[in-house]
Design a protein around this ligand. Structure first.
Ligand code: SF4
Ligand SMILES: [Zn+2]
Ligand SMILES: [Zn+2]
Length: 336
């Protein structure tokens, strides 16, 4: 969400470099140092589809039918995720695709991206549902940012969005919730959790490797596709998306991890993939150690929580403590 567009544009090539695929004489369109490859447009597009196909199969192996919810923001990542899920699964009998957009109430940002989300869903013929923080949480992100100046907006915004998406997917009866997280996003999250001394969170992040009580299993079809390749694919396929950057994004705690990871990937290609593999190796060990806590119902809203009160309700309570009583209820009769 709200990422900087820096480094998304593939470097221009000073001279002709041929595609690295055996027998192909076409011009290379992108460098993939982590794979020692530089495919042409056709081979690049095919490899994106293949990576998404493999991840869908790996993350949702027994998906025979049912509703598949896809979180769609109007940005490039979720646009590519929806397009690929629609292409790979959308035509299967018994599968119903529903795109879900969360409107956090961010002036000059979400309304623009919502236009693109609608456009994409319309062009694919995918059902589209919009959920608004104002109704679901009782506050917009902009309003909460004004009232909680000591908090980084992404902290509560991200927590609330996950909750609203999960509730929407659950209301739709979805068997999976597909998200547009790319390789960079997921590797950053692994690094953040390790750097903050919270390895238990490796088990809670997407994609879900095990079912989690009260949560529609989240999958990430773009898990093996770097951010700049997602951007390139969206441009090559003409997928509509908005370039807007969230006005709160500059305060996001993950920005420093993004920078560090770029440097690591440049120095040691394959670092992002290695971080994801590390996560998958660590999870069984952490489970054995009891370091991945099981969820219990939040005392306020009843949804899964690792503490007595879930983080979404804790942020609502913090907001209620500084807001007029008529503005928000902290005690949970509201939508949370
Ligand atoms: S506040 Fe943060 S989490 Fe929310 S939309 Fe903006 S960048 Fe994303
Ligand atoms: Zn080629
Ligand atoms: Zn709660």
């Amino acid at each position: 969400m709200g990422r900087s567009a820096r480094r998304e544009i593939p470097p221009s090539r000073p001279s002709f470099v041929a595609c690295s695929e055996a027998g192909c004489r076409e011009r290379a369109v992108v460098d993939q140092p982590y794979a020692g490859a530089h495919p042409c447009v056709a081979h690049f597009k095919a490899s994106v589809v293949e990576r998404a196909r493999r991840e869908l199969h790996r993350q949702a192996p027994r998906l025979k039918g049912g509703t598949l919810a896809v979180g769609v923001s109007g940005g490039k990542d979720s646009g590519v995720a929806l397009t690929l899920v629609h292409r790979l699964l959308g035509q299967r009998r018994g599968i119903r695709l529903v795109a879900v957009t969360v409107d956090e109430g961010i002036e000059g940002y979400r309304s623009e991206t919502l236009v693109e989300a609608r456009r994409l869903c319309g062009s694919l013929g995918v059902e589209h549902v919009v959920r608004r923080f104002e109704e679901e949480v009782g506050s917009t992100t902009d309003e909460a940012a004004r009232r909680l100046p000591g908090e980084i907006p992404c902290s509560f915004c991200g927590v609330w969005r996950r909750k609203v998406l999960n509730r929407a997917a659950s209301d739709l009866g979805a068997v999976r919730l597909a998200m547009g997280f790319n390789l960079d996003d997921l590797a950053q999250t692994v690094l953040m959790n390790l750097a903050r001394g919270e390895p238990g969170r490796l088990g809670q992040m997407s994609p879900h490797l095990e079912p989690q009580e009260g949560l529609v299993p989240r999958i990430a079809p773009l898990a093996m596709i770097p951010e700049r390749e997602v951007y390139l694919y969206a441009r090559l396929e003409g997928i509509p998306f908005d370039h807007a950057v969230c006005p709160h994004a500059s305060r996001a705690g993950r920005n420093v991890f993004r920078e560090v990871l770029w440097q690591l990937e440049e120095a040691v290609p394959g670092t992002r993939h290695a971080l994801l593999r590390t996560r998958e190796k660590l999870i069984p060990l952490l489970q054995e150690e009891g370091a991945i806590g099981s969820a219990r119902p939040c005392a306020v809203c009843g949804e899964p929580s690792s503490n007595g009160t879930c983080r979404a309700c804790a942020y609502r309570q913090a907001l209620a403590s500084v807001a007029p009583r008529s503005f928000i209820s902290a005690t949970g009769s509201g939508p949370a």
